[in-house]
Design a binder for this molecule. Structure first.
Ligand SMILES: Cc1cc2nc3c(=O)[nH]c(=O)nc-3n(C[C@H](O)[C@H](O)[C@H](O)COP(=O)(O)O)c2cc1C
Length: 347
């Protein structure tokens, strides 16, 4: 089935859900432009999610996507947390932060039955997942609403697993992609693969449509992905500078500078591998630290550093998520970017 038929959109362009840098405004703009707008829900409280859903339902009658994480919340590990704080101690001292005042607490919650209760009334046309899928019971419940389900695969094995579990389409997330790797069957980084090879291999391995993600920044990139067998594309970084995104000032400055041409996968900001622009924390600590607590617990001890540095106009301690292709259309709004990606307007 064609992806536009499956999703009910005019264009095969999915705006990637991007937790922390966007809300309903970006999703609405993309959906109204004919793409599939996405709302990242992993960092939203129940009240915030409900209000964002009302905003979307009030502003568009086009399909939209709700995105959730499916990680297993880790057991807090006191020894690991102590080791992590020891790594960060010089920075806490530099900014006058008392480590004893840092509250531990996960900033990202996985999908639960309570969330299913909340979203059911809104009948979301599409729900996408990162880091696997919820339980078969929850998945069946979502599908019983007529909702189409997508999830990210970073290996052929993950794509086959997702297809066997009943997703309607698989998102092939190439190594180029900004933000978190969706990896869930195997956390070995040597399994991760660039989009060209991953896409071809997944297209051969599964019967469901495959959506290409990672490093796609313009219409030529979209055409290339479709030529390689993608049914559609999911694009994130290209939207980070548009006015509808809530990307912070330091993140925008970095994305618009030469720094954006150097990204790395790092576990320093959340405990899971994610791609962002290399900044001071990554450069000084190295992109991967065995001391970083499991996702999302690493976030707590970095958060006050991030806040203190950002107050001084610095992104030295911020997760500057960005794919390997920096944004190409900095002056355009989300609708214009969507049309340009689809080849309907100049980019
Ligand atoms: C700032 C940022 C935040 C992201 N947050 C999420 C998220 O909350 N959920 C998700 O499924 N994917 C997330 N991703 C990954 C995207 O789904 C997608 O794989 C990626 O944006 C594609 O690569 P590109 O950024 O090069 O276009 C994020 C990506 C970025 C750049």
């Amino acid at each position: 089935m064609e992806i536009i038929t499956l999703l009910g959109t005019a264009l095969p362009i999915i705006q990637a859900p991007m937790a922390g840098v966007q809300g309903s405004a970006l999703a609405i703009a993309v959906s109204n432009a004919g793409g599939l707008g996405s709302l990242p829900c992993a960092m939203l409280s129940a009240d915030a999610l409900r209000s964002e859903l009302h905003a979307i339902r009030g502003a568009t009658d086009r399909p939209f996507n709700l995105n959730f994480f499916c990680h297993t919340p880790p057991q807090p590990d006191a020894a690991r947390e102590t080791a992590w704080r020891a790594c960060l101690r010089p920075y806490h001292a530099e900014f006058g932060i008392d480590p004893d005042t840092i509250s531990a607490g996960p900033g990202r919650a996985p999908f639960t039955a309570d969330i299913a209760d909340l979203i059911e009334a809104f009948r979301p046309p599409v729900v996408s997942f990162h880091f696997g899928l919820p339980s078969p019971q929850l998945l069946a419940r979502i599908k019983s609403w007529g909702t189409k389900v997508l999830s990210s695969a970073t290996t052929v094995e993950e794509a086959v697993w997702l297809a066997n579990a009943g997703v309607d389409a698989v998102i092939a997330q190439g190594l180029e992609a900004g933000g978190h790797r969706g990896m869930f069957l195997n956390m070995d980084m040597s399994t991760q693969c660039g989009l060209f090879a991953l896409l071809r291999r997944i297209v051969r391995a599964v019967d469901v449509p495959v959506i290409a993600a990672g490093g796609i920044a313009d219409a030529a990139g979209v055409t290339a992905a479709m030529t390689l067998g993608a049914a559609g594309v999911q694009v994130g970084t290209a939207y980070l500078l548009c006015p509808e995104a809530t990307t912070s000032a330091v993140h925008r400055a970095s994305l618009g500078s030469a720094a954006a041409s150097h990204t790395a996968l790092t576990n320093l900001f959340t405990g899971r591998p994610a791609r962002g622009i290399v900044n001071r924390l990554i450069a000084e600590q190295g992109p991967f630290s065995p001391a970083a607590p499991d996702f999302p617990l690493a976030t707590s001890a970095v958060a006050p550093l991030r806040a203190a540095a950002e107050a001084r106009g610095s992104g030295d301690f911020s997760p500057l998520w960005c794919g390997q292709h920096p944004p190409l259309m900095p002056g355009l709004d989300a609708a214009a970017i969507t049309r340009a990606l689809a080849g309907l307007a100049p980019g």
